[in-house]
Design a protein around this ligand. Structure first.
Ligand code: DX5
Ligand code: ZN
Length: 236
């Protein structure tokens, strides 16, 4: 079932809550997916980050279309789908049909991401472009007018629980200060209680965290404290 919300309403909702935590389900208990989704929704998450991995672009496999569809059926929260796959052009529309509200593709696998970003927009989803820590920001600058969000990776994608790479902070602040960038700024990898405020101070609007959220005993307390720390970084 595709999401029923418009691109504009998703963007407005995310902007209204920004800076805001997006729990990554990669770190949840997959044996209890339905109760994990319900628990994180009850804890006050405003959107969910879903990591799709193909075992080629990244050296790990996670989940694909049927799981995104199943999560869509469980919740009305916006679904932010991060495609860590070699051939996103072949799959973007199918993830939209499965219920994605935001679809992010990687700059490293696209010679020119602009046509695909426009295709994603035309499908009604927010179009996101991501870059890995070693990828220079210059590589994505021509595509900025076609992005609704830019996902700055602060780890090499593929696994949760890695250490935050501060190279992301410099990219975030350059994007924040770029008058041509109107995209939401998202950061992903190693975001936790010690790093989240630095991310929002550098300009991040959307903070993806897996281990830091699902590793907690009390999701509600952890979502609250991470959101509070995120706001404190922005305010400071
Ligand atoms: C990593 C994924 C992340 C991952 C983050 O390749 O893109 O979204 O879930 O996990 P943590 O927060 O544990 O670094
Ligand atoms: Zn991710």
């Amino acid at each position: 079932m595709p999401s029923s919300r418009s691109r504009e309403s998703i963007a407005a909702l995310l902007r209204q809550h920004a800076p805001v935590l997006l729990p990554s389900l990669l770190a949840c208990d997959f044996a209890n997916l339905a109760s994990e989704v319900k628990a994180i929704e009850a804890a006050g998450a405003h959107a969910l980050h879903l990591d799709v991995m193909d075992g080629h672009f990244v050296p790990n496999l996670s989940f694909g279309l049927p799981v995104v569809e199943a999560i869509r059926a469980l919740t009305d929260l916006p679904l932010d789908v991060h495609l860590m796959i070699d051939n996103p052009a072949e799959y973007a529309q199918r993830y939209r049909d499965a219920g994605a509200d935001c679809i992010t593709v990687h700059a490293e696998v696209l010679d020119d991401p602009r046509p695909l970003l426009e295709e994603i927009r035309a499908s009604g989803a927010l179009a996101g472009l991501s870059l890995n820590p070693p990828t220079p920001l210059e590589q994505i600058l021509p595509a900025l007018p076609h992005c609704d969000l830019v996902l700055v990776m602060s780890v090499m994608p593929g696994f949760g629980g890695q250490q935050f790479d501060p190279v992301a902070l410099e990219k975030l602040s350059r994007l924040r200060d770029d008058p041509d960038c109107r995209a939401l700024l998202e950061v992903d990898g190693g975001v936790n209680q010690s790093t989240i405020a630095r991310c929002t101070a550098a300009g991040a609007d959307l903070l993806v965290a897996g281990t830091a959220v699902f590793g907690a005993d009390d999701y509600c307390e952890r979502v609250d404290s991470l959101n509070r720390l995120a706001r404190s970084g922005r305010a400071g």
